[in-house]
Write a protein that binds this ligand. Sequence first.
Ligand SMILES: Nc1ncnc2c1ncn2[C@@H]1O[C@H](COP(=O)(O)OP(=O)(O)O)[C@@H](O)[C@H]1O
Ligand SMILES: [Mg+2]
Length: 219
Amino acid sequence: MLVEVRGLGHYYRRGPHRIEVLDRVDMTVDRGEFVAVMGPSGSGKSTLLHILGCLIRPAAGSYQLAGMDILALPERKLAAIRASRIGFVFQKFHLLPELDILQNVLLPFLYSRIDTRRARSMAMAAIEQVGLLHRIDHRPAELSGGEMQRAAIARALAVQPELILADEPTGNLDRASSGEVLDLFRSLHAGGCTIVMVTHDPAVAAGAERILTLNDGRL
Ligand SMILES: Nc1ncnc2c1ncn2[C@@H]1O[C@H](COP(=O)(O)OP(=O)(O)O)[C@@H](O)[C@H]1O
Ligand SMILES: [Mg+2]
């Protein structure tokens, strides 16, 4: 088991109000699984993904990632885990516009101990995996939406993380590009990657191995 959360609870404060977002969520993900998380807007999907990505600490519950008790670790250790063991893919790609694709994919290595030569070859391997070798010296603005998301996926893959987390990765794409990105996730999954993908597109979710649905904070 790669991911195991139990009794997860989370809320946000807005002024005097407490917005309950997650309520007693239990979830496990095996190594090599491809899981989709669905649910209406505001149901807590991004919050759940941010907790799995060690970006926020839940208000309640436990989280084991690769056997580590995540909630017992100090921020410094969590930063190292985020940098080396987790790859993030976002709806809006979050590529840096002034950098070319290779430079974008090299960014995660700024936070790793991997030396420059090895970083470059790992980045190139990730770019090859997403089929963008012919685009390495292009800037994001010169790419289509689907290509930008593939570049962002290469960046997430570059450090060879154990877990890929994708938040509405096809949310900004047309149908054809969505299909391309889904096919890419499916091929990464076939190659052994563990993926948790949030989506509200049933056609995209259907490409995963297992679909979980969040409703009013309950899974
Ligand atoms: N940083 C925050 N501060 C206050 N409220 C938040 C914050 N982030 C999310 N929320 C609220 O929590 C609820 C769940 O948000 P989110 O996890 O982003 O849902 P989803 O990704 O399913 O749309 C929503 O009502 C949202 O407005
Ligand atoms: Mg969201």
